[in-house]
Design a protein around this ligand. Structure first.
Ligand code: GLT
Ligand code: MN
Ligand code: MN
Ligand code: MN
Length: 385
């Protein structure tokens, strides 16, 4: 009946259901929720875990004693309600010190402070049992490129990630790191704007094996890209370490909408891809309730994210079991074993392939049946199949 359980691996950030509805033009519309209360509520809804930035839990200016008290209370809530913390991250974007970036600030003091803050936050994540550590470089970017830091910034970014990977190994934390790309907002231009950029950058790090990506539906969509395509490339590279599920209209401000609320077919494609791929990491909803909502709306939002995922997962099963859809797919995917063998390179195969006659005109005439297949998919999603 589409009621989630921890086996579904659904997670939320403290900052997501804890979002108070503030936006650049308006004050909060909801009071803040305490972290232990969020844990209790999420567990009640059937979630598996909760993720956090250091300062979602511990205020940036807390004393050591305050920190320990807050963390102890949070750990108690986790164990009382059976929730885990699979992922942790650092807030390197809210404080004015980070106004021109953290690891890519042109100020060496800011860069060193960012390393210090991240090490402390990694300590906190490890204490809470997190195995994935996310880097969303929200402030890592520019408005003014006359500052001339484009090449140095990538170098500083690389040096910082290399340092923090060494720190994790030296401490025995065993983190896997996930870079989260975003094209813009809050900066005009953010470094490593897309999944493809992040994958390329990972290859330049000292320990590429420790790094993967945390793609977000909204972020690729803001860049006008197809999120499922980005996720497929990450999966193909063995680099899908985590995923941020939400929704978004193209070419707009960062909306972080309830999963599946806007681009239902894109959400279906994504769920099918994730389920078919065997991805077994957390399914994290990085989204928040609309500013129009009160606390009841927040929990309706959270339930809706999970419910939509489970419904689409069921639709993916129906898609695989539907004879007409499978027939259309079989028609579309025309296989040829002899040609497949010939397409494995040997000098003889190459020579033989060069001599082969193809009926080019017939290839061009063949209809692929995709209109029919797509309408069958729509009918399935409409619930009339
Ligand atoms: C922030 C951002 C998200 C990132 C989070 C991790 S925080 O809300 O908009 O996309 O995933 O730092
Ligand atoms: Mn977003
Ligand atoms: Mn976001
Ligand atoms: Mn995100």
């Amino acid at each position: 009946d589409f009621t989630p359980t921890p086996a579904d691996r659904f997670t939320f950030g403290l900052w997501t259901v804890g979002n108070t509805g503030r936006d650049p033009f308006g004050e909060p519309t909801r009071p803040p929720l305490r972290a232990p209360y969020i844990v209790e509520k999420l567990a009640g809804l059937g979630a598996y875990g909760v993720n956090l930035h250091d300062n979602d839990l511990v205020p940036i200016d807390a004393s050591a004693a305050e920190r320990d008290r807050i963390v102890a209370e949070f750990r108690q809530a986790l164990s009382d309600h059976g929730l885990v913390v699979p992922m942790a991250t650092t807030n390197l974007f809210s404080d004015p010190a980070f106004k021109d970036g953290a690891f890519t600030s042109a100020d060496a003091q800011v860069r060193a402070y960012a390393l210090q803050k991240t090490m402390r936050s990694m300590d906190l994540g490890a204490e809470l049992g997190a195995h994935t550590y996310v880097f969303w470089g929200g402030r890592e970017g520019t408005e003014v490129d006359a500052g001339g830091k484009l090449l140095s910034a990538l170098g500083w970014f690389r040096d910082s990630l290399n340092f923090l990977a060494e720190y994790s190994e030296a401490q025995g934390y065993g983190y896997r790191f996930a870079l989260e790309p975003k094209p813009n907002e809050p900066r005009a231009d953010i470094f490593l704007p897309t999944v493809g950029s992040a994958l390329g950058f990972i290859g330049t790090l000292d320990r590429p094996d420790l790094f993967g990506v945390n793609p977000e539906f909204a972020h690729e969509t803001m860049a006008g890209l197809n999120f499922a395509h980005a996720v497929a490339q990450a999966l193909d590279a063995g680099k899908l370490f985590h995923i941020d599920l939400n929704d978004q209209k193209m070419s707009r401000f960062d909306q972080d909408l309830r999963f599946g609320s806007e681009n239902l077919k894109g959400a279906f494609t994504l769920v099918k891809l994730l389920e078919d791929s065997g991805y077994d990491g957390p399914l994290h909803f990085d989204a928040h309730a609309l500013r129009t909502e009160d606390e009841a709306g927040v929990w309706a939002f959270a339930r809706g994210c999970m419910r939509t995922y489970l419904i689409l997962k069921d639709k993916a099963r129906q898609f695989d079991a539907d004879p007409e859809i499978q027939a259309a797919l079989a028609e579309y995917h025309r296989a040829d074993e002899e040609l497949a063998a010939l397409s494995r390179f040997t000098p003889e195969n190459a020579a033989s392939l060069k001599e082969r006659t193809f009926d080019r005109a017939a290839l061009g005439r063949r209809g692929l049946g995709l209109e029919h297949l797509d309408q069958l998919t729509n009918d399935l999603l409409f619930g009339i199949r």
